[in-house]
Design a protein around this ligand. Structure first.
Ligand code: NOJ
Length: 512
């Protein structure tokens, strides 16, 4: 695994909404380049950019029309190259978003694949052998071509499924991953990776990585497929990194991914922490962290040393953290995110507590996700410094409240969320035990109980993390003897007579 992942802290950029350099109301690569120093100063040293290839944008770019060309609204391939260079100059790394599971219906491959005459692309997508039969358990496109068949959908109706084969074959038109068509699809995806990695990209976040091979309940076919990709990377690009949108680290890391996300779907209980009726990080103190920890331990044991489990602050598919947590609660949540193993991912704007913009009409297939994708709020200028376009041209409406957080007002306030996150990142960078590969042992994570405590360790260093989001003082049995406070927020936890006592709404990192 690439060495740079040992201490990577990622920042996710939704390119449409980050910084507009040419006043068209939509963010672009030159805008991102102009803000790299801001990201570096926050302490992040790696980026994930949401899809930026040519697309009709029916799903914000997750519907690719051409994997080899940057969408003109973001710039050119030359701009991408410049972005890679500027990122590297600052000692940072960058991942693009790879969408291997489907394309847009506008992709040339699909247009060719729709033709009744057999051609190179006939098997690139999953087609049944007559229009009256639809693929089981999947949506399909039917009656749209002279080809006599239905084409399987992977997500929205404009996203036909690329063909990587079936693990369990039950119909004559289903292919094995070893058949020529599925093999050619995978080879082409490797070419796409090769193209961008050669240009200077450092790797990919992989969309819907766990569902490429169909009728593959236990994921065995998909795991085998990704093992082939890992082999190719190890041979040709050993410094490259892959992070999967899978949500099941035991499977993803077995497949050779260097990292997997815990997500708002899947079995991880990630939502118990931040986004449910009683989030654990809410000060009402009615949350429950035990199921999350139980699942985490299971994954951690299975995945040990194979790769990293990554916990994001949010992403372009989830509600903003600020929808369920207030600023102090977010500070405690970030103390957790930035002291866990794996590589942390900060969703743009979460570091200043950007709010979920309510009641928006869907933009580019965003639907309820649109409110988490609004343009970044930089300062007190026009459109919060995001763009000089007229307000009605902005990609998505911004948070219009007078007290909306901006980078400028958060930087001016020493007690802000921004400064707390910056401090936490600096502490993580200075303590190996807190970084990606430091060990974790859970000390206190009881059912419906507070606080939450764990020890991180590497070599001789041991750090006890005590998080008490609840608004009451709490104690737990603990025979560790803290010698030094490395970080605290809301008061320091104290050890007395075999118990550690944590003040209400507090965080402590203690050397033990
Ligand atoms: C997951 C992506 O994060 C989401 O935004 C997208 O709509 C679907 N995959 C389909 O590609």
């Amino acid at each position: 695994m690439a060495k740079w992942l040992d201490n990577a802290i990622f920042y996710e950029i939704y390119p449409q909404s980050f910084m507009d350099s040419n006043a068209d109301g939509i963010g672009d690569f030159q805008g991102i380049i102009s803000k790299l120093d801001y990201i570096r100063e926050l302490g992040c040293n790696a980026l994930w950019i949401n899809p930026c290839f040519k697309s009709p944008f029916g799903d914000a770019g997750y519907d690719v029309e051409d994997y080899y060309t940057i969408a003109p609204r973001y710039g050119t391939n030359e701009d991408a190259k410049q972005l890679f260079e500027e990122v590297h100059k600052r000692g940072m790394h960058i991942l693009f978003d790879l969408v291997p599971g489907h394309t847009s219906v506008e992709h040339e491959w699909f247009k060719e694949s729709m033709k009744p005459e057999r051609n190179e692309y006939s098997d690139r997508y999953i087609w049944t052998d007559n229009v009256w039969e639809a693929p089981e358990n999947m949506g399909s496109l039917r009656g749209i071509s002279d080809r006599d068949g239905s084409c399987a959908l992977n997500f929205f109706s404009s996203q036909p499924a690329l063909n990587y084969g079936y693990y369990k074959i039950t119909r004559p038109w289903q292919m094995s991953p070893e058949d020529e068509g599925p093999r050619a699809t995978l080879e082409e995806m490797k070419n796409v990776m090769r193209f961008w990695l050669t240009m200077g990209c450092d790797g990919f976040r992989v969309d819907m990585a766990g569902s490429l091979v169909k009728q593959d309940e236990e994921g065995k076919g998909t795991i085998a497929l990704w093992q082939k990709v890992r082999k190719f990377l190890d041979e040709e690009f050993p410094q490259a990194a892959l992070v999967s949108e899978w949500g099941e680290p035991d499977k993803a890391l077995q497949g050779g991914f260097h990292m997997d996300f815990l997500l708002h779907f899947g079995p991880s209980h990630y939502n118990d922490l931040f986004r449910c009726e009683h989030p654990y990080f809410n000060k009402e103190g009615k949350g429950d962290i035990s199921a999350f920890v139980e699942k985490y331990i299971e994954n951690y044991k299975k995945s040990e040393k194979k790769g990293l489990i990554c916990i994001p602050s949010g992403n372009h598919d989830m509600d903003r953290l600020a929808r369920t947590l207030d600023e102090d609660e977010m500070k405690i949540a970030f103390a957790f995110l930035l002291s866990m193993p794996g590589a942390p991912f900060i969703y743009y704007g979460d570091e200043i507590g950007m709010r979920h913009v309510e009641n928006l009409i869907s933009v580019e297939g965003g639907y309820n996700r649109t409110g988490a994708r609004s343009p970044m709020q930089w300062d007190g200028g026009v459109n919060a410094g995001f763009s000089t376009a007229s307000k009605d041209k902005l990609y998505i409406k911004q948070d219009e409240s007078k007290d909306r957080p901006t980078v400028e007002n958060q930087q001016a306030d020493e007690k802000s969320l921004y400064h707390e996150i910056r401090k936490l990142i600096a502490i993580r960078q200075n303590h190996k035990a807190l970084q990606s590969k430091g060990e974790i042992t859970f000390v206190y994570a009881e059912k419906e109980s507070y606080p939450f405590a764990y020890v991180r360790s590497a070599e001789e260093e041991k750090i006890l993390v005590v998080l008490n989001p609840s608004d009451r003082e709490v104690k737990f049995d603990c025979d560790l003897n803290p010698s030094e406070v490395i970080y605290s927020f809301g008061g320091e936890a104290k050890a007395v007579d075999g118990k550690v006592c944590a003040p209400a709404c507090s965080v402590s990192f203690l050397k033990v």
